[in-house]
Design a protein around this ligand. Structure first.
Ligand SMILES: Nc1ncnc2c1ncn2[C@@H]1O[C@H](COP(=O)(O)OP(=O)(O)OP(=O)(O)O)[C@@H](O)[C@H]1O
Ligand SMILES: [Mg+2]
Length: 240
């Protein structure tokens, strides 16, 4: 259980939200540039480190935002190295699928700027692009019982960027105004009507866990950056 992911307003009281990552195992974090996706992922990674004590995590930072993600080690990749690390995670998934790996601790694939990575692949290597999409589809349709946990962040989503869209069962929009666009709503929260969208400043968004209604949330600020950095580094050093 990952606690304190963000807070919702419950009869006037800010109430922290916990998400059962073993049930809601495939997340999409969406929002336009500058809205706070990387900041949100940073805090989330800290929570995973704290609440999932045996978690093993891989992080792909396609934008190479080293101010945001300064951690090092062989479980972290930046820019073009993301492809190799993605393949590493896929091979771990396959090893579990084929029962060559007996570990059952949770294995996290966390990818910042997923759609930028796909756009790059599509431009440079169409075959690889297709291959990566089909691997993602395999992982998000069969990974749950194998301990695979997937968290993708993206500025913009097209249906083709999200193979097996309905296997993603925790959808987070880090922007409210972003949902005024019919395209964004249809992809993220297909049942949400335009007049249900309440536009709020940065720090607010909407999320939906599969089987539950869309709810507004507010992000929680980091209080101790230094401790957060330590937790993040600890997580990515665990199995290296
Ligand atoms: N909840 C928040 N409230 C206020 N400011 C925030 C919040 N989240 C992030 N910020 C600030 O907004 C700026 C952009 O944040 P961040 O880099 O996380 O956005 P991003 O969505 O990852 O952007 P990009 O698409 O450019 O990578 C940072 O200066 C950050 O400190
Ligand atoms: Mg970012």
């Amino acid at each position: 259980m990952i606690k304190n992911v963000f807070e919702v307003n419950n009869r006037g009281q800010p109430t922290p939200v916990s998400i059962d990552i073993d049930r809601h195992y495939a997340w999409v974090v969406a929002g336009p540039s500058g809205v706070g996706k990387s900041t949100f992922l940073r805090r989330l990674i800290g929570l995973i480190s704290f609440y999932d004590e045996t978690a093993e995590a891989y992080f792909m930072d396609f934008k190479a935002d080293e101010d945001m993600f300064s951690m090092t080690g062989n479980h972290v990749a930046r820019s073009f190295e993301c492809l190799d690390l993605f393949e590493t995670v896929y091979n771990r998934f396959k090893a579990r699928l084929n029962k060559q790996e007996e570990n059952s601790h949770n294995l996290y694939l966390i990818f910042d700027e997923w759609q930028a990575f796909l756009a790059y692949l599509e431009q440079t290597d169409k075959k690889k692009h297709k291959d990566i999409l089909s691997k993602m589809l395999m992982m998000n349709s069969m990974g749950r019982s194998l301990g695979l946990r997937i968290i993708l962040s993206s500025q913009r989503f097209l249906m083709v960027d999200l193979p097996g869209r309905y296997n993603f069962n925790c959808i987070i929009s880090l922007s409210t105004s972003f949902l005024m666009s019919t395209n964004n709503r249809q992809l993220l929260f297909p049942d949400m009507e335009k007049d249900e969208v309440v536009v709020k400043p940065r720090g607010y968004g909407y999320f939906q866990l599969e089987g539950e209604p869309v709810k507004m949330f507010r992000t929680i600020q980091v209080r101790d950056e230094e401790r957060l950095n330590q937790r993040i580094q600890e997580l990515f050093s665990r199995y290296s």
